[in-house]
Design a protein around this ligand. Sequence first.
Ligand SMILES: [Zn+2]
Length: 408
Amino acid sequence: MKNFFTKALFSLLSLASTLVYGGNGSSGGGYITGNEVNPWFLHNTKTVSYCIEVAPEFSDIPKDKLAPMIEDAFAYWKKVFSLTEAYYSIGESEKLDLRLGTQDFKQVVTCADSTDLKFQFGFMTEEQKGSWPKPSQLLAGAFRTSYDEVNLKGEGVIYIAPERGPLRPRARKFHPKPWSFGSHNALRLTLTHEIGHIFGLQDDHYSSGLMSARFVQLLTARESVESIEDWVVKSIASPFGCNDNLEAEYYSIHDVAGDEELRPHVSSTKAAKKSGRLSGGIDDILGLPDYTESYTLYFLTRDREMKISLNGQNYARIVFSPQDFLMGVEEDAIQLLLTDQQKVFKGIDPDEYDVSHTIYDKYVSGQIWDVTLELANGKTLPVNVDFDQACHVEISTVYEGKLIHIID
Ligand SMILES: [Zn+2]
C-alpha cells in the first residue's frame, strides 16, 4: 500500500547522491555500542526541562510558534509509548519499570547549563561546528552532550539547520524554505523524528517511516515539502509497527486516475487491471463500488476490532479473537545498557551489566491468518491480514484457488 513516505522514498532515493545527515550524533555509520543509544530519560526522571533558542537565519516562523510544535511532538511520543509495551525485565531481575515517555516536559525561558534539552534552531556553537567536518551538510540532529550513569539521565541538544546563512544545508534538493512553508509540516515531522532519538530510537536504514535514516532528507526536499498535507502529520504511524493490540489509525488516499492499476482490484486477472472491475465474481460478492475517482480508505483498529471505511462509508470489519495470533518479524527498537554505577533499578544481576538489553521491540511486519472479514452488505469472507511496519494493511483471500488481494 502506498503512502506519502513510500512515494517520497521511491522518488527521491535515486536523487540523493550527497550524504546529508539527518540523524543523531552517533549514527554516522558503523556499529553503535555502549550506552550511547540509551533513552535519555527513564521513569525516575519525572520532569525534563527544555529551552528554545532561535537564530534569525532559521526561518520566517515567529519564535512563539515553535514551542507548540515541540509540545505536539512530545504528545505524539507519549501517546505512542502509552500504546506500546515495554519489556519489564532485564535478565532474571524482578519486574522493572521500563516505560518511556512518562515525563513532563517543561519549557524554561532561558537556556542554562542545567537545562536538560536545548533546541537550537538555526545555529551551532563553535565547538559543535568543530565536531562536524562539514556542518552545512547537517539538516537536523539530536546530540547527547552528557550522560549520568547513576541516574540514567542524558542531556543534549536538538539542532535544526537554518534556511539562510552559512549553515543552510548545501544539498541541491533542499527546499528554499522547508520550515517556513505552509503550516510548517516538514518542521513538525522533523522535530518528531529528532525527539524520537532522545527516547532511544535509532535511525532505521530499512524502513521508510518516521525513524527512517533518510526521513528528514526526504521531507525537506523540494519535491516533498509542499506536498505534506496536514493529515500526514496528524496520523504518523507508530515506528514500533503494529503491536499485539493492533493499534492503528490512519488514512490511505489513492488517486485512482493517477494509478496505473486501479485499487482495490483483483490483481490476478487481466480484466481487473484493464478496467478496474472484474467481469463478474468477487467484486460483486464483496459489493465493491465503482472507482472512477480518488478514494479514501480508513482503518481503525481498537480492542481487537478493525473497522474499514471507504470514502466515509462503513465498508467492512474484522473482529480478532484472542486466539488469533499475530505472527511477526520483530527487531530491537530501543536498547538499554546499564553499568554497576546505576542506582535506578534494584535487584539487577551483575551479569546483566555492560550488555545491551532490548526494552522495546518493533514489528517489521505481521500477519494474522484466517480471520473473517464481515462486509457491510452482510457477506463474510475468510481472509489473511498483513501489516507492514508503517501499520499498513493488506487483506487477501483465496478465491477459486488463487490468492487475491482485496485491499493492498
Ligand atoms: Zn535520525
